[in-house]
Design a protein around this ligand. Structure first.
Ligand code: ZN
Length: 463
């Protein structure tokens, strides 16, 4: 690339930023107290945003902290294009909030940012203060390189991703679309969390390039019945009706539908058999998956790529042991494949629930899918192969949702690309929102130059 960058120093700096960010408990919802050390996370997102802004301002990059309300801050910064007629910007997107912890269940202080035997521990180590730190470091390296830029590079580290983004990306996309654009138009692409990590399967290493994510349809079941005294049971008990409805829905597995992206992804992993069988003989597909993939978390993630999923998560009924409740509600976390009609899916859930409960969507966001043939995806492939020639980079779809959904409303394609080379001993997907969240420094050491290479190639102007 012709640039001399001291990657050892850059990695050290990146690790320092990660540890500092972990020490700011930017827990969402911000009203939850962190029991671990009696610290109060209220305002944590703004504190984390200010940290980023100070680091960037210190390097001469214009940065600001914007809040939707006190404490709910996001950091926006911009390295402007240096040529006369620039192309649309690139966004380095991240979120600053983290989910709450059950500190008792952790082996180390979740907000200590400890570095132990080459591993950084703490809430946010993989979701996603690691990528915040990497994107900070990439922007700093780009600035120091003095490279001519053919696009603005926008740094957007936002609040509230973990609760849907109304105090973060969703808000700023509506209120300030200019933050995601330049005079040349809305950004050409955004790089964001989750994808980019390596998977080991049958002794081969693959890198995920996330070009799509499933849709979300959060759904509520409501059962109504006749209240009464618990000592005189009757058969119009809302709690019982809800329990039956939930159990019927949970046991009715959704049929598989293999999208072209998932078909190619599974085939490249040597799991073509699973994709072939999934729609016609689901039991055979399930046993093929069992036989071919040892890791149960990976297996679950592959299975969820094959179908819409419906997961009961919240049940509420009754308030006193001797009162038969007249109402009961359940919440279902429904995730849809590209191409699924949410109305049809809800109608089929209503059919299954019958007259036991009513089924309504309370919040929905469509799936997003960006082109796997885009220039930037090719740059990711090339950069990954240059850094790890024996591995195979693969476009894929993730099953959770990210702030990509907000940027999609501006027509900006968002790619999950936080490149990390992980050993088979790192239970990466299980660490998202899990106990003992942590990341090996070696993964960042690998990923930082790869991320820089992609960004540099996409934004630099020929000298
Ligand atoms: Zn996240």
């Amino acid at each position: 690339m012709g640039l001399r960058i001291d990657w050892a120093r850059a990695t050290d700096e990146c690790v320092t930023h990660l540890r500092e960010l972990i020490r700011i408990p930017s827990v969402n919802p911000p009203t939850l107290r962190d029991g671990a050390a009696g610290r109060d996370p209220a305002g944590g997102e703004s504190a984390a945003a200010r940290y980023c802004a100070e680091v960037l301002s210190g390097a001469g990059i214009h940065a600001e902290v914007l809040e939707t309300e006190a404490g709910r801050g996001s950091c926006f910064a911009r390295l402007p294009a240096t040529i006369d007629t620039p192309e649309p910007p690139l966004i380095l997107l991240s979120h600053l909030d983290v989910v709450p912890v059950d500190a008792e269940a952790w082996s180390r202080d979740p907000f200590g940012g400890e570095l132990v035997d080459g591993v950084v521990w703490g809430r946010g180590a993989v979701d996603m203060k690691d990528m915040v730190a990497m994107e900070l470091s990439v922007l700093l390296a780009l600035r120091r390189s003095g490279a001519e830029l053919r696009r603005d590079v926008i740094f957007a580290a936002v609040a509230d991703e973990e609760a849907g983004g109304r105090a973060g990306a969703q808000h700023w996309v509506d209120a300030r679309p200019d933050l995601f654009a330049s005079d040349a138009g809305p950004a050409a692409a955004a790089l964001n969390e989750v994808g980019g990590y390596s998977i080991e399967l049958n002794r081969h290493r693959y890198y995920t390039i996330q070009v799509a994510e499933k849709g979300i349809v959060w759904t509520r079941l409501r059962a109504t019945g006749t209240p009464g005294h618990g000592s005189m049971p009757h058969n119009d008990n809302a709690a019982e009706k809800l329990a039956h409805a939930v159990s019927r829905i949970a046991s009715a597995q959704r049929p598989a539908r293999v999208t072209p992206l998932v078909r190619d992804f599974l085939a490249a992993l040597g799991l073509g058999e699973v994709a072939e069988l999934a729609e016609r003989t689901p039991n055979a597909a399930a046993s093929a998956l069992e036989r071919l993939v040892d890791d149960p978390v990976l297996r679950r993630s592959f299975d969820a790529m094959l179908r819409d999923t419906v997961t009961p998560t919240v049940l509420q009924a009754g308030s006193k042991v001797n009162v038969i409740p007249g109402r009961a509600t359940a919440e279902l976390d429904v995730r849809t494949l590209p191409g699924t009609d949410p109305a049809e899916l809800l109608a089929s859930l209503q059919h299954i629930a019958g007259d036991l409960a009513t089924v309504d969507a309370v919040m929905s966001m469509p799936p997003v899918e960006a082109s796997a043939q885009a220039e930037i995806v090719e740059l990711m492939r090339v950069a990954l192969l240059a850094a790890d020639p024996d591995a195979t980079p693969l476009p894929m779809m993730i099953t959770p949702g990210t702030d990509a959904k907000a940027l999609a409303r501006l027509g900006i394609p968002t790619y999950g690309f936080a490149p990390l080379r992980l050993g088979a001993d790192v239970p990466f997907l299980a660490l998202f929102h899990g106990h003992d969240e942590r990341i090996p420094v070696s993964a960042l050491e690998f990923g930082l130059p790869v991320l820089f290479e992609v960004v540099h190639r996409f934004v630099s102007a020929p000298a």
